[in-house]
Design a protein around this ligand. Structure first.
Ligand code: B12
Ligand code: SF4
Length: 523
């Protein structure tokens, strides 16, 4: 049977659709005769989604529709697609002034409307695409995957058309089987209306496939709109250097989806891939790994890659990534600066070692500071975004003071204007240790809908429990009022005004508790 594979990246902010690019590259390497096409709704204006999808299906007549869905969860401190979600929610939940509360309610309504509209619109696009493809190919099949599907695979299956294959995690092995027409029973997937997701499906290990350099000469031939991403020279194009993360951070699901075993993409292959993009004019790269240096034992791999980038002559690039700054050495710092790292995010979540330990993040905050000093000494003068999520577990005024002390030290190292505190509140995700904790504490009941944006559920999923929830609510409201353009720094300033700043040494030391390590007891 002839296979014609259409990859549809569902609407998304313009982030490079690296997932479908890698999938189609993999399929092409195994089955060079299979006809493929990429259609990226991230590059199409909203009014043209349906029309554009119809047109590509009429033209290409696919037998397999691969729908890639990147993100659903939108709680962020920044302007999202439906406004500033965090601000709307907080105004609604915490504002004392009835007018502000009303504004929050309206904002929340707008947000919920845009959230559900997006959700239904994407589900509608899958249905529409499949129905239209079946006009030409009655055997046509849909398969859904990507970040959002991996997180919400159990819920999304309820709304997708019968027969749709719902995939968790990487899709390479699954597509291989679908194209060969083989049984899918061993894959991390289920079929809507035919099978149900196996218990602990999400915890199953991904297939161990060694990644080779993506062949962009081929990608260009199946994706005429590729050039859209080459036009804006400030755009960071995705390149993956490894998969998997060995850590256990209590709120993170990716350590489960990508697996704990880190699989390194060979440095020569990564460089060969970057070189193809470089030759097309790209100078900004985002290493899309869950963590660029997941643990100390991967430092040598990072060094090898950066050395090879220099050896290849790509000396005028910039790159960014999520960096676990506890895993740096002076040599690596030097190479990071030399190869043009000009932005990185560290997700320490709290500046209190005690809390970092309770959240099971495996960070040694003292080491992070030492390594940041090495990075600065190596000449790093660009931005660092430090992700803090307050009130995850056992937060107290004392641990807040410690976080302030820690943040101020980072500012002393890099400069106040270079350290951007990104204040997130955790969006609770299914299958995480934090979810189990919420069950145990009876904050949530098993069977809740993690995708619900109804105010009573959303209030729990946007993790900010009492007794400190209302306190943080007020702090954030004040920060938006004072200066919404510098929200993170404003939050830090208000917290310091109200609570003061601890001694750095206190922040860095975590007395070991003998009894009841709450999260540790959960699993
Ligand atoms: C790197 C990254 C970023 C970078 C992206 C930089 C860049 N230029 O690419 C930055 C920091 C910008 C970012 C931002 C955000 N991100 Co982000 N990000 C990631 C991360 C770590 C990796 C994504 C990636 O590119 N992986 C590499 C590629 C190759 O993998 P992939 O696209 O997932 O594709 C593979 C599989 O998913 C699968 N697959 C994909 N499609 C399909 C389709 C089918 C049919 C099949 C079978 C398989 C399949 O196969 C592919 C190849 O193996 C993931 C977490 C993770 N570890 O995956 C979160 C993640 C994608 N982000 C997420 C979110 C929410 C966001 C934000 C919306 C956060 C926010 N609230 O602001 C923003 C969005 C910003 C925006 N402008 O819209 C969520 C999305 C799910 C959700 N919760 O809704 C994720 C999954 C993290 C999480 N666990 O919550 N992000
Ligand atoms: S280090 Fe990052 S990717 Fe790994 S488990 Fe923690 S939050 Fe998740």
């Amino acid at each position: 049977m002839e296979n014609r594979v259409l990859y549809v990246r569902l609407p998304c902010n313009p982030i490079f659709p690296i997932g479908v690019v890698y999938l189609s590259d993999h399929v092409h390497k195994l089955f060079p005769d299979v006809q493929q096409r990429i259609f990226d709704l991230g590059a199409v204006p909203p009014l043209d989604y349906a029309k554009g999808l119809d047109a590509i299906i009429d033209e290409f007549q696919p037998t397999l529709l691969v729908f890639s869905w990147r993100d659903i969860q939108i709680y962020a401190p920044v302007g999202g697609r439906g406004g500033n979600p965090l601000q709307n929610a907080f105004e609604f939940y915490y504002a004392k002034n009835p007018l502000t509360k009303f504004r929050g309610a309206l904002g929340g309504l707008r947000l919920a409307t845009s959230y559900y509209t997006e959700l239904w619109r994407n589900l509608g696009l899958v249905k529409r695409g499949l129905k239209r493809a079946r006009k030409y190919r009655p055997e046509a099949r849909a398969v859904g995957g990507g970040g959002a599907v991996s997180v919400f695979y159990e819920q999304l299956g309820r709304s997708l058309p019968a027969g749709t294959v719902v995939s968790v995690g990487e899709g390479e092995a699954l597509l291989e089987k679908l194209i060969k027409g083989e049984d899918l029973a061993q894959e991390r997937c289920y079929v809507v209306g035919e099978t149900v997701p196996r218990d602990r499906l999400i915890h199953e290990k991904p297939a161990n496939i060694e990644k080779t350099a993506c062949d962009y000469n081929y990608i260009e031939t199946i994706w005429p709109e590729f050039s859209y991403y080459l036009q804006d020279m400030d755009f960071y194009l995705g390149v993956q250097t490894k998969r998997g993360c060995p850590h256990n951070c209590c709120y993170c699901i990716y350590t489960v989806i990508e697996g704990k075993q880190v699989r390194i993409n060979p440095a020569d292959e990564v460089v060969a891939e970057m070189r193809q993009l470089y030759d097309r004019g790209i100078r900004n790269f985002w290493f899309t790994d869950a963590q660029f240096i997941p643990a100390r034992k991967f430092i040598d791999d990072a060094i090898e890659l950066l050395q090879k980038i220099i050896a290849d002559g790509m000396t005028d690039i910039h790159w960014a990534a999520y960096i676990r700054a506890d895993n740096l050495t002076p040599e690596l710092c030097d190479l990071m600066v030399k190869t043009g790292m000009n932005y990185f995010e560290i997700g320490i979540t709290s500046g209190s070692q005690e809390l970092v330990r309770k959240m099971r993040m495996g960070y040694n905050l003292r080491v992070v500071l030492e390594n940041c000093r090495d990075l600065k000494a190596a000449g790093y003068n660009d931005l660092v975004s430090v992700n803090y999520s307050f009130n995850v577990i056992d937060e107290t005024f004392e641990t807040i003071r410690q976080t302030i002390a820690y943040h101020r030290e980072l500012e002393r190292i890099f400069g106040v204007d270079k350290v951007e505190p990104a204040i997130f509140f955790i969006g609770l995700q299914p299958h995480t240790i934090l979810e189990e904790y919420a069950f145990k504490k009876e904050i949530l009941k098993p069977g809740y809908d993690p995708m619900s944006l109804m105010p009573w559920t959303a209030r729990k999923l946007l993790w900010n429990p009492e007794p400190l929830g209302s306190f943080f609510g007020q702090i954030c409201l004040e920060a938006w009022q004072r200066n919404s353009n510098d929200f993170g720094r404003e939050v830090m300033a208000i917290l310091e005004e109200k609570l003061g700043c601890a001694d750095l040494e206190e922040a860095l030391s975590a007395p070991v508790e003998i009894k009841d390590k709450q999260l540790a007891a959960v699993n």
